[in-house]
Design a binder for this molecule. Structure first.
Ligand code: ADP
Ligand code: MG
Length: 184
């Protein structure tokens, strides 16, 4: 009896130990350029936490000029990191649902448009994904200062699995010199 319960506890421990190993760090970038921007970022975070558990790290909020299109309101961006055992496609669906719940409208127009909230997957552990719906690491990450700055703040040593450089190095080499500043 005693040994059976030890055995059971042991196998349960082993099970959780293996599960622990299966979690990966998912780095998400939240962005908004429709007021109330800060509130959209906060609501997105709490919706994501309902599905993915508590975020392990949250960056400052950064403000930047709209990138690649004309808009009157600047962008607020923030990076949030989760540890999850979920599949990348599942996390992408959670990101898209979060955008939908916060009233994101997608226009037919090509390129960038104003948005209540944008949730992008920057990194998924050290995976490289090139499917029709999902590209990871995010293909435009290394050319966008507004994305690199918050990642470099929370995970400066994180290696880009294709470019083999960490976030600090990517930031130093980034050709984008547009102004990005922390919002207090
Ligand atoms: P953007 O973020 O470039 O402005 P959208 O938010 O409109 O574009 O996303 C369009 C599509 O991009 C999504 O429906 C999704 O399938 C795809 N996508 C590809 N890679 C990623 C990624 N790493 N993170 C989020 N969406 C991605
Ligand atoms: Mg997006």
């Amino acid at each position: 009896m005693f040994f059976t319960s030890i055995q059971k506890a042991g196998s349960r421990f082993f099970f959780y130990f293996c599960r622990m190993d299966e979690t990966e760090k998912v780095v998400l970038l939240l962005g908004s350029n429709i007021e109330p921007r800060k509130q959209y970022l906060e609501e997105a975070l709490s919706l994501l936490e309902k599905k993915l558990g508590k975020a392990s790290v949250v960056s400052n909020i950064y403000e930047s000029e709209p990138w690649g299109f004309e808009a009157t309101t600047s962008f607020y961006n923030r990076v949030v990191v989760f540890k999850t055992g979920k599949l990348p496609e599942t996390v992408l669906n959670i990101c898209l649902q979060t955008e939908e719940l916060l009233g994101r409208e997608r226009s037919e127009a090509e390129g960038y448009t104003s948005r209540t909230i944008d949730v992008d997957i920057l990194y998924f552990g050290n995976r490289i994904i090139n499917s029709e719906r999902l590209m990871v690491p995010h293909p435009r990450l290394a050319s966008r200062r507004f994305a690199l700055l918050p990642v470099a703040e929370v995970m400066p040593e994180l290696l880009h699995p294709i470019l083999n450089k960490n976030q600090g190095e990517l930031l130093l080499e980034c050709p984008d010199q547009s102004e990005v500043s922390i919002v207090n």
